[in-house]
Design a binder for this molecule. Sequence first.
Ligand code: PNS
Length: 165
Amino acid sequence: MTTAVYPGSFDPIHSGHLDVIGRACQIFDRVVVGVLDNELKRYLFSAEERADLVRQSLPADTKIEVRHFSGLAVAFAVAEGAQVIVRGLRAVSDLDSEFQMALMNRRLEPKVDTVFLTTGLSNVYLSSSLLRDVCAHGGSIEGLVSPAVERALQQKLAPAAVRAG
Ligand code: PNS
């Protein structure tokens, strides 16, 4: 059985991430989405909230599990019995930092390899930070995130847009 972990910040999860998860499910027997809890980083949503939003955004599929983790992604992969780390690529500009991470992760844990999946063309411009920014300024993000994420973003950020007005 091949297990892949898909680590990320998911602050919050969007259609590009969901696209990558769907593609990973076509290839691997078990896919574990790992929501990073890095105490040195400021997130809009807590790790629990981000993991819950991932769960609420996923189709019912027994091969996908969602956990949050702290520490190294390779350690999370080993703990989950995964052979593969999945990362999504949007454009060539992603490759530089992803290449660095993949090689460092291989050095840390040679048994775990990184597999890059390219997201669908309709999602290549999406990022969590862009979506947070658009929502904070009152723009529509409908169709770019799940309804659960849209509601959660509006609850967190829409008051800021109203106050600014
Ligand atoms: O969604 P992101 O923010 O692009 O994901 C980045 C992530 C979580 C994959 C990366 O920061 C990571 O793996 N962090 C865990 C700590 C770690 O393993 N650092 C060394 C990476 S070589």
